[in-house]
Write a protein that binds this ligand. Structure first.
Ligand code: 13P
Ligand code: SF4
Length: 317
C-alpha cells in the first residue's frame, strides 16, 4: 500500500509528465489544497481554467466547476477525480424545468448562479458567481424583469443588496441550509467579540447575524485582514479555514456546526469525494473526463463570457 508521501510524489511526477495544472476549490481537504497549483473561489478557478496553457486541467472541485472549465477552454483535457461530485443546487434545477420557467416569463432576463448544469447555462442570459453577482445584477437595465436560478438564498440576498425585484427559483445548498441560528447564537454568546462571516448561500435568518457576507475568497480576505477582530465564526464549508489559518496563524476561526453537532454535515459531501488516491489515478488514466457536444458548449459559453466581461470591467473600476 502506498504511503501519503508516496502518493504526493506520484502526483508530482504525473503532473509533470502530463503537463497538467491542478485547480482546487477552498472546500477541498487541506492536503489537496496544499498540492494545487491554484486555489480559489468559483470565479478565480474559472479564470485560471480559461487562461491556462497546460494540456490537462485536473479540477479538484465539483462537476459544474469542471464543466465550466471545459466550456471555457475546450481544447484542454479536463478531468475530475470523482464524477459523482455533484452539487445540490445544480440538482435542484433540471434544464427542461428551467427552460419552461423562462418561457412562462417572457421579457425577463435569466441570471443563473454558476452552480448549475451546462444545460441551464445554455438557457441563461448571464451567469454569475457569488463574487460578481451584484455587478451582474447592476448591469441589467432597471426596467427589465429578472429571473434568478437556482439558489433562493443568494437570490434573496441580492434582492436586498440591489433593491431589484427578482423571481427566485427555490433551490438550496444542502451544506449552507444545515447551519442553525440557535448554534450561531450559542457561539456568539460564548465568543462575544467574534465577528460572524457567512456565505450568501446561508438562510436569511443566519445572514441577519453576519458582520460580513461574501464569496469564499471575500470571506478569506475579510477574516485575515480586518483589524476589527481576531476571532471569527465561519458560516460556510469549513475547508476554507485551512487557508484562513495559513494566512493569519494568530487568529481563531470557529466553524459553524450543522444542526446536529455529532455529524459532519457542515462539510460538502460532494467536494469531499475527491481524495489523493483518486487524483493520482485520474492523472495516470486521464479519466474520468469531461466531454461536451459543441452546440451545448457554445450555447453555455455565451452567458459565461458575458459574466467574465462584466466581472472584469467591475474589478477594473
Ligand atoms: P464560491 O464561488 O464563493 O467559492 O462558492 C462556491 C460554492 O459552491 C459555495 O458553496
Ligand atoms: Fe454545491 Fe453546497 Fe457543495 Fe457548494 S457547498 S458545491 S453549493 S452542495
Amino acid at each position: 500500500m502506498s504511503t501519503h508521501i508516496d502518493i504526493l510524489d506520484e502526483i508530482d511526477a504525473l503532473r509533470r509528465s502530463r503537463n497538467a495544472v491542478i485547480l482546487a476549490h477552498f472546500y477541498q481537504d487541506p492536503d489537496i489544497q496544499d498540492l494545487a497549483d491554484h486555489i480559489g473561489d468559483s470565479l478565480q478557478l474559472a479564470q485560471a481554467a480559461r487562461d491556462t496553457d497546460a494540456d490537462v486541467i485536473l479540477f479538484c472541485g465539483v462537476h459544474f466547476m469542471a464543466e465550466t472549465a471545459k466550456i471555457l477552454n475546450p481544447s484542454r483535457i479536463v478531468v475530475l477525480p470523482d464524477m459523482a461530485a455533484g452539487c445540490s443546487l445544480a440538482d435542484a434545477a433540471p434544464g427542461d424545468e428551467v427552460r419552461a420557467w423562462k418561457a412562462a416569463n417572457p421579457g425577463h432576463v435569466l441570471v443563473s448562479y454558476v452552480n448549475c448544469s451546462a444545460e441551464v447555462k445554455a438557457a441563461s442570459d448571464i451567469i454569475c458567481t457569488s463574487s460578481n453577482a451584484e455587478a451582474v445584477i447592476a448591469s441589467i437595465p432597471k426596467d427589465q424583469g429578472i429571473l434568478f436560478c437556482p439558489d433562493r438564498n443568494l437570490g434573496a440576498w441580492l434582492v436586498k443588496r440591489t433593491g431589484r425585484e427578482m423571481k427566485l427559483w427555490q433551490g438550496t445548498c444542502i451544506v449552507h441550509e444545515t447551519f442553525s441560528e440557535k448554534r450561531l447564537v450559542q457561539l456568539k454568546v460564548r465568543h462575544p467579540l467574534a465577528k460572524v462571516i457567512c456565505h450568501p448561500e446561508c438562510e436569511p435568518s443566519l445572514l441577519a447575524h453576519a458582520d460580513h457576507i461574501g464569496s469564499t475568497s471575500s470571506l478569506l480576505k475579510y477574516a485575515t485582514t480586518t483589524d476589527d477582530a481576531d476571532t471569527f465564526i465561519v458560516g460556510t464549508e469549513p475547508g476554507i479555514i485551512h487557508q484562513m489559518e495559513k494566512a493569519a496563524p494568530g487568529r481563531t476561526f470557529l466553524p459553524l456546526p450543522g444542526m446536529d453537532e455529532s455529524c459532519a454535515c457542515n462539510e460538502c459531501p460532494y467536494m469531499r469525494l475527491n481524495t489523493l488516491e483518486k487524483i493520482r489515478d485520474c492523472l495516470r488514466d486521464l479519466q474520468p473526463r469531461l466531454e461536451m457536444e459543441a452546440p451545448l458548449r457554445l450555447a453555455a459559453l455565451k452567458p459565461l463570457e458575458r459574466m467574465m466581461e462584466i466581472s472584469e470591467r467591475a474589478s477594473r473600476s
